[in-house]
Design a protein around this ligand. Structure first.
Ligand code: DAT
Length: 174
C-alpha cells in the first residue's frame, strides 16, 4: 500500500505566544506528530553548555537536527520551537509565526513565573518581531505566515485554517 504523504509544519514565535497549545490541539485533530523541541532536548540531554545570563542550558542545535532528521523525512511532523534558523530549510512545507500583543504576552509570561530581565527580554523579542524576521530570512517568504494568537477565538480560527491547509496539501500531493 502506498503511504500518504503528509506535510511538515513549523510553529515558531516568542515564548508564550501559544505554540504548544496550538501544536498539541492540531496534532489531536489531524493525527500529525507533535514535537516540542525543548522537551526533546530535555529528554535526550541535547545541550551544549550553560547560559549563565539566562540560567538555562544551551541547545545543541546539531544534535537536535540529527535526532529529528529521519522523522522529518517521513513527513507529518509539527515542530514547536522559539527559534527557527538552525533547522534545514528543506524540512518544512509551511511556517507559522504566532504573534501576541505585548500586554497579553507580558501577563502570560508573568504567570509562567518569568521576572526581571527574562520577562523584559522576551516581551521585547515580540515587540521587535525578532522571530518573524528570523523566519523570513531562513525560509522562502511565501511559506511564512503570521498568526494572531491573543484570544481563544484566534486559537480556534488558526486551528481551522491550518487543518484546511493540511487537507488541501494532502489532496495536492497524493
Ligand atoms: P508557547 O508554547 O508559545 O510558549 P503556550 O502554548 O505554552 O505558549 O501558551 C502560553 C499561555 O498562553 C498558556 O497559558 C496558554 C495561553 N494561550 C495560548 N494560546 C492562547 C490564545 N490564543 N488565547 C489565549 N490564551 C492562549
Amino acid at each position: 500500500m502506498r503511504i500518504m504523504k503528509r506535510p511538515n509544519i513549523l510553529l515558531t514565535g516568542t515564548p508564550g505566544v501559544g505554540k504548544t497549545t496550538l501544536g498539541k490541539e492540531l496534532a489531536q485533530r489531524t493525527g500529525l506528530n507533535y514535537v516540542n523541541v525543548g522537551d526533546l532536548a530535555q529528554e535526550g540531554q541535547l545541550f551544549d553548555g550553560f547560559d549563565e545570563e539566562y540560567q538555562c542550558p544551551i541547545l545543541d542545535e546539531d544534535r537536535v537536527v540529527d535526532e529529528l532528521e529521519d522523522k522529518m523525512g517521513d513527513g507529518g511532523v509539527i515542530i514547536d520551537y522559539h527559534g527557527c534558523d538552525f533547522f534545514p530549510e528543506r524540512w518544512f512545507h509551511i511556517v507559522f509565526v504566532l504573534r501576541t500583543d505585548n500586554t497579553s504576552l507580558y501577563n502570560r509570561l508573568e504567570s509562567r513565573g518569568y521576572t526581571g530581565k527574562k520577562l523584559q527580554d522576551n516581551v521585547q523579542c515580540e515587540i521587535f518581531q525578532t522571530i518573524y524576521e528570523e523566519a523570513m530570512e531562513a525560509y522562502k517568504e511565501e511559506i511564512v505566515h503570521q498568526l494572531p494568537s491573543n484570544t481563544p477565538q484566534d486559537l480556534e480560527r488558526n486551528l481551522e485554517q491550518i487543518v484546511q491547509w493540511i487537507e488541501q496539501w494532502m489532496k495536492d500531493n497524493n
